[in-house]
Design a protein around this ligand. Structure first.
Ligand SMILES: [Zn+2]
Length: 369
């Protein structure tokens, strides 16, 4: 294992923060998988998954079982890790700017396409395009610490064939986000992680990290139609259940699942079990329908997280303790009740539950702030 230390610039206080990337396996094979933990820094399950992955990858490397480079960033957001406010960890938005740590990654396709001369060989073109993407990224202005973090993470990801961004939800079952381009790979990832759900979108809005890594390739292909351009990066976001699902048993299971997936993609030759049969349901992100609260109140759930529910089924009772009245909220669609709010006092207009239906019904930006 080789450790690289990445230094961030532009801290508002003038101090400097760093993060580490751990590089396992051969670096000269031309293939890389990147796994990064807790870009939303208050999502703790991926930090424990990364801890288990580090040990397992070291053992697999020592046994000679790694066919290609696997890069693990065990804690990828030192800015967010440091943010404690009113006695609570705040890791989703940068306190200084208010920006979400997982939005606004650069769209480098046009800049890279403009500077490259391609050949008739797709493999050569992938190498040329990666060099052009690095050059395009290097030209982007970095003024703030947050831009510096985004820049450093993208720089590691440009060379990756597989990018897995490890997160968690508030309270949720294991689920995935990806694009519809490689649904067989998403299916394999869901099977290996025993995730019952994957939510797919070409563009979910505001350039989250995984989409910036993968969607640059279809964009390059469209911009350069006279030459062969491979879709050179598969990327997905893995939601490791809910914030409080932090146990060694779950983290070890998830780390093994990720290693099994890397084996299906050719990165691990031996030393992991074959994936057990498991059906992951691929559904449109635009079919994930929130249940909104019409007024403030105490949230009492009437459906089990992880259940397939029916349209019209009672999901939530919203109790107004002032009036003594309750409002009943029902599922808008048939679908999987996959995520819900942990906080049990809801404001008016809050999304307290999400049901993943089968039909794309929503338009515009598909992710929450
Ligand atoms: Zn997240």
């Amino acid at each position: 294992m080789r450790t690289h230390v990445h230094t961030l610039f532009g801290s508002p206080s003038g101090t400097q923060r760093t993060f580490q990337s751990l590089h396992f396996g051969p670096t000269d094979s031309g293939r890389r998988a990147l796994l990064q933990c807790a870009l939303h820094a208050d999502e703790i399950p991926p930090l424990l998954v990364g801890h288990h992955l580090r040990r397992r990858l070291a053992a697999l490397e020592a046994a000679g079982h790694l066919a290609h480079e696997i890069v693990l960033v065990p804690a990828c957001n030192p800015i967010g890790l440091s943010q404690q406010l009113w006695g609570r960890h705040q890791g989703r938005f940068e306190v200084n700017s208010g920006h979400n740590f997982n939005r606004h990654y650069p769209d480098l396709a046009a800049d890279a396409a403009a500077r490259v001369t391609l050949t008739d060989d797709a493999g050569t073109n992938t190498r040329l395009l990666r060099a052009a993407l690095h050059a395009a990224l290097a030209e982007r202005t970095v003024e703030t610490e947050l831009q510096s973090l985004r820049h450093a993470l993208m720089d590691l990801a440009i060379d990756a064939d597989v990018v897995l961004d490890l997160h968690c939800d508030n309270q949720a079952v294991m689920h995935l986000y990806s694009t519809p381009h490689d649904s067989a790979i998403t299916q394999a990832l869901g099977q290996c992680l025993q995730a019952p759900l994957a939510l797919l979108a070409e563009e979910s809005g505001d350039f989250p990290f995984d989409e910036s890594c993968s969607m640059v390739w279809p964009k390059l292909r469209a911009l350069l139609p006279q030459h062969p351009v491979a879709l050179a990066c598969y990327a997905a976001t893995v939601e490791h259940r809910g914030e409080a699902d932090v146990t060694h048993a779950l983290a070890s299971q998830d780390a093994e699942g990720l290693l099994r997936f890397l084996a299906t993609q050719g990165f691990v030759r031996a030393g992991v079990d074959a994936p057990a049969p498991f059906a992951c349901s691929l559904r449109p992100l635009a079919g994930s329908i929130p249940i909104n609260t019409p007024h403030a109140g105490v949230v009492v759930f009437h459906a089990e997280l992880g259940a397939e529910v029916q349209a019209g089924q009672l999901m939530v009772e919203l109790v107004d303790p002032m009036s003594g009245e309750s409002t009943l909220l029902h599922s808008p669609v048939d679908g999987l009740f996959y995520a819900r709010e942990q906080q049990r006092w809801a404001q008016a207009g809050q999304k307290v539950a999400r049901v993943a239906g089968f039909e794309a019904k929503r338009k515009g930006k598909l992710l929450s702030a």
